[in-house]
Design a protein around this ligand. Structure first.
Ligand code: SAM
Length: 862
């Protein structure tokens, strides 16, 4: 298992591995030297190279390849190296004098240009801890290098980043001119190795032996060696125990003083030590070596799992570590250590405590969750209350809320009722009563009567009693509701007035509305037929009838009198008078709604033709067959009267407001006026006209279409604000044809193509003046032609001159005089002396430039 992990973990079979295989290198490390050489180019110029720790010989192969032919290449390693052409190899320990002697024997008095060192503590045989650390090995290789290197030579060595890295670099810097640390791309990122290329060997005559003595170079190291065990107690170690799968990079290199990769810890230290977690995270194996420890192996608690786990800590999972920790606890109890050192075993207890903490934490989390939920609910409620308050304020601003409602809503306890419909008086009052607090009730006159239960003898009424007290009878309730609605209507009217005051557009719209007649379909009045003696008052449209009624003493008018203030009545009276004047000519009784419908100018032309005949006939009937001319004349009057019916018959604003199709009619009136001026301008009107012209529809059909669901709806009792709101969409939708839209568009295009009025006027003025001048010139020419003093030639010349003058606009181009700003004119402000008319100040330079420009232009032309 360990092997497989190692292989895949290191990514052993990476691209350099494959490349090395392909290119015949014995080790993938060959590419490290290739890349270093590529960067620093030390092999090509070398004639002698020593490779320390060279097995299996990858670097030697590279050196052999890149160094000049006939170069001397020597390789040394603990293990024998298979022969490589042109390379001398032997086995030796580079830390020994024997190795040095061998090298000297091989090289004789030669010095090396390059010394390579890629050594690492040998851990290849049964995980034996190497006697030398990497840094010591580097120092030993340096010792050989300084002995064999030529002055200016290069030493390439591998070092591991650790605490003594800087010490090594310091030593290198003492002996070499250039020292550079680099990590070639082929060196694995997970590896802590780094390559130092020391160039330009200084070759000092005397080298202080301390530079090459590990005891001196790594002075602090010795002190740190015994501390290894303690140093292992790190946070990382603990993290490693509980997160074994998480790979941690050794950025700090190997721990100080211990460069072995496989570490074993005696089990007694694990059991008796104070930080078992750190041990589990740092060591590879827990060993049972002493007699006492071996006895523990035979204990019942020491299961096979425990034994197996102790063999290789690096492959354990979280569960396995827990087994070991529990076993340790059990063993400690067995040994009687727990009682004494309970306090010291923080780490072990941490595990147990952690579980308790987990439970507490769960409770805590649950509490927090509940708190959060509560807070969210409270927030929601607050937001809801705020919304209600906001709505109330808005309604107050629109004057749509009666004070009573505000009073109700302002009581925070009654927020629930604040959202109720303002007409839901019963609910509101019930709700308020149920609350039993301060009750704001409506008095009989509609005013607010605030009462407190406490004030009434501190007797809290039962719900039913309270309700009875508030609402004595159905009548009273209705009365209150009515008064509330009346108040609301009054407030809405106030709102409309304010709007009118503020908004000019609204005033215009309202003025237009006032000038049109809008009456509801009331059917043919029976008394119209019976009132032959009063044809002027009753023989016309219903509208007229009603207005006449206003002046009479019908029941409705009585009611109106009772309800409307005297000023309004006076207006009605005055309207009545004008109405009587308009009703000079009796008309057939047709519905007012259809009158309104056909009053649209869409039907104007169509109606004119029809109505002429009809009205003529009517007149003949009513007037006993008057002459045609006379009837024509009266027809005109009648038309005027018709128009007047719409134009001057005043209506009370209240009546208008209560009309259902207020805006429809307003729009209709606008359209009528517009169509009158510009023709058929809406697609609906064009469509209807088309249908009439093409005889797709008859007049009767159109009349029938006029009676739709929008025309006969009752608006009784509906508040004006509701009608105002509904009018936007509650209107008939007349389908339009493509042709109508196309015709309108063409018309619009033609309109758009017209010139702007001012331009057209200017052009016309110009044309007119030219014509005038020409006319004048012609007259003069005629005079010239008539004279006998002049020859024909002179006449022709004079006429030509006159005509030329007549054709020209007569405006002479005013000359602008150029004044050069030099001499007396230099630096002056204002008009130069002796210059009259228009002038332009120039400097000489400018004048020269203008002249030069002219010259150039002239030359160009040539
Ligand atoms: C990473 S390998 C070198 C690979 C080599 N550069 C190549 O390209 O094939 C490290 C070598 O250092 C050698 N080594 C370790 N300690 C040594 C020592 N004290 N003396 C000689 N060789 C040593 C090992 O035997 C091992 O073969």
């Amino acid at each position: 298992m360990g092997k497989a992990q190692k292989k895949s973990g290191k990514g052993r079979l990476d691209k350099y591995y494959k490349l090395a295989k392909e290119q015949g290198y014995r080790a993938r490390s060959a590419f490290k030297l290739i890349q270093l050489n590529k960067k620093f180019s030390f092999l090509e110029s070398s004639r002698c190279c020593i490779d320390l720790c060279a097995a299996p010989g990858g670097w030697l192969q590279v050196a052999s390849k890149f160094m000049p032919v006939n170069s001397v290449i020597v390789g040394v390693d603990l293990v024998p190296i298979k022969p490589i052409p042109r390379v001398v190899t032997f086995s030796a320990d580079i830390t020994t004098a024997g190795c040095r002697n061998l090298l000297r024997g091989e090289l004789k008095d030669w010095n090396a240009d390059v010394v390579l060192h890629d050594g690492a503590p040998n851990v290849g045989t049964a995980w034996i801890q190497d006697a030398y650390g990497q840094s010591e090995l580097v120092l030993m290789s340096l010792k050989l290098a300084v002995e064999f290197l030529i002055k200016g030579g290069t030493f390439v060595t591998k070092v591991f980043r650790s605490a003594d890295y800087n010490n090594l670099i310091w030593v290198f810097n003492q002996l070499f001119g250039k020292v550079e640390a680099t990590k070639p791309p082929s060196s694995r990122n997970v590896s802590a190795e780094i390559f130092v290329v020391c160039r330009d060997f200084l070759a000092p005559k005397y080298i202080d032996p301390k530079f090459l003595d590990p005891k001196h170079v790594f002075k602090d190291l010795a002190a740190s060696v015994p501390e290894v065990g303690k140093a292992l107690v790190t946070h990382n170690a603990q993290a490693n125990v509980f997160q074994p799968d998480k790979k941690r990079r050794h950025r700090d290199g190997y721990e100080d003083g211990n460069y072995t990769l496989f570490k074993t810890m005696p089990v007694s230290e694990f059991v008796k030590g104070s930080d078992p977690v750190a041990i589990l995270g740092s060591y590879n194996k827990i060993a049972f070596e002493t007699q006492e420890e071996k006895e523990w192996l035979s204990l019942d608690i020491t299961t096979n799992d425990v034994k197996a786990n102790c063999e290789d800590l690096k492959v354990l999972g979280k569960g396995d570590f827990k087994i070991l920790i529990r076993w340790r606890l059990a063993l400690r109890e067995e040994l009687g250590l727990d009682i004494k050192t309970k306090s010291a075993e923080e780490a072990t207890e941490t595990v147990e405590i952690t579980e308790e903490v987990d439970e507490d934490q769960a409770i805590q989390e649950e509490l927090e969750r509940l708190n959060a939920e509560n807070a969210a609910r409270r927030k929601r409620e607050r937001r809801k209350a705020n919304e209600v308050r906001q709505r109330t304020i808005q309604r107050m601003q629109l004057q749509m809320t009666a004070p009573i409602d505000i009073g109700l809503e302002q009581q925070d306890a009654a927020l629930v009722y604040g959202q109720d419909d303002i007409f839901d008086l019963k609910n509101t009052e019930n709700g308020m009563q149920k609350k039993g607090g301060m009750s704001k009730l409506i008095g009989e006159d509609g005013t607010i009567v605030a009462e407190s239960d406490d004030e009434e003898g501190n007797e809290r009424l039962s719900d039913d009693d309270a309700l009875d007290e508030v609402l004595d009878s159905e009548e009273e309730r209705e009365e209150k509701a009515r008064s509330l609605e009346a108040e609301l209507d009054a407030l809405y009217d106030d709102y409309q007035i304010r709007l009118r005051e503020k908004d000019a557009k609204f005033r215009v719209k309202e003025a237009r509305e006032k000038h049109k007649s809008r009456e509801e379909w009331t059917g043919i009045q029976e008394n119209q037929k019976d009132s032959d003696d009063e044809p002027e008052e009753e023989g016309g449209y219903d509208i007229m009838h009603q207005h006449v009624d206003d002046g009479s003493s019908s029941d409705e008018s009585d009611e109106d009198e009772a309800q409307h203030p005297p000023t309004k009545r006076r207006r009605a009276d005055s309207s009545g008078r004008s109405l009587i004047a308009d009703l000079a000519e009796p008309k057939p009784s047709v519905s007012q709604a259809s009158k309104v419908w056909f009053s649209q100018d869409v039907f104007a032309e169509v109606n004119d033709a029809d109505e002429e005949d009809e009205e003529d006939e009517d007149k003949e009937e009513s007037d006993g067959g008057e002459g045609e001319d006379e009837s024509d004349g009266e027809d005109g009057e009648i038309n005027d009267a018709d128009e007047n019916d719409f134009e001057i018959v005043p209506h009370e604003a209240e009546e208008d407001a209560e009309m259902w199709d207020v805006s429809n009619e307003s729009e209709d009136a606008l359209k009528r006026a517009y169509i009158k001026k510009y023709g058929l301008v809406t697609p609906e009107a064009l469509t209807l006209a088309q249908q009439l012209v093409n005889r797709e529809k008859t007049r009767t059909q159109l009349i029938n279409d006029g009676f739709n669901r929008y025309s006969l709806n009752s608006k009784d009792g509906l508040p004006s604000w509701f009608l105002d709101d509904e009018q936007k969409h509650y209107k008939p939708n007349i389908p339009v044809t493509k042709e109508a839209i196309a015709a309108l568009r063409a018309k619009q295009r033609a309109l758009d193509a017209r010139p702007i009025k001012k331009i057209a006027e200017a052009k016309a003025r110009k044309k007119y003046k030219t014509e005038q001048r020409l006319e004048k010139a012609m007259k003069k020419a005629e005079g010239v032609n008539a004279t006998s003093d002049m020859t024909e030639r002179e006449k022709a010349q004079a006429i030509e001159k006159l005509m030329r003058k007549g054709m020209s606009s007569g405006h002479k181009k005013k000359e602008v005089r150029l004044v050069v700003a030099k001499g007396a004119h230099k630096g002056i402000q204002g008009r130069p002396k002796g210059v009259k008319g228009r002038y332009f100040m120039v400097d000489s330079r400018m004048k020269k430039e203008v002249r030069a420009k002219k010259r150039r232009e002239k030359a160009d032309k040539k």
